[in-house]
Write a protein that binds this ligand. Sequence first.
Ligand code: FE
Length: 253
Amino acid sequence: MIDIHCHILPGIDDGAQTVEESLKMALEAEKEGIRTIIATPHLNSHYNNRKPSILEKVVELNRALVEASISIEILVGQEPRIYGELVEDYEKNEIQTLNHSQYLFIEFPTNHVPRYTEKLLYDLQVKGLMPIIVHPERNSELIERPELLHNLVEKGALTQVTASSLCGYFGKKIKSFSMQLIEANLTHFIASDAHNTNNRSFKMSEAFDFIDEKYGSDFVYLFKENAELLISGKNIMKEIPVQIKKKKKFLFF
Ligand code: FE
């Protein structure tokens, strides 16, 4: 199994703080059946992780994993928070795609979707990149207005739902929105976004057990295969998205 979203690199964001913590995370991932992890450190107003430094850290961690006899391979990635100059910085070689593919993570602010998002995602696609919106299920504006996400997906954006969201660790509302995203073909990847082994761990096998039980093995295959296709830079599998129907409030009375 491949995990395409993980804060496993030590000491550079709010994920693992030391190599020991990184190795602890890797051991837990190994137990869940994960063999490949894309390290996706934050690029935002708190953490300034740019392309060259990320690659260096990945090489170091892979060396430590070999020494510790842990069968996990770390690939390079990044989780940039959306900002106006993203395309310019990509051209300056500061933005790292996922395993050097055409796929690029984009994180939205927690509470809203900036007005320039559609234009920016379009500009990235013009450059040949495939933007993947990370954890849309945790964005409060998208929860309120899922048609915004539908519009972005229709225009070529991809999305990644977090395993622990689907398992209910972020609450009922986020779990149910995660399920709606799967049911409406509005998500293409399941990943851990693991930060540690305590309160933000992998939950990948739990999420896939849930998907298998609820939606069947075809969905498990789709999400696992898409992660494989992503790391080899191939086109992923996707279905035509449908609109999420808002639950009618009067039904609860
Ligand atoms: Fe993340």
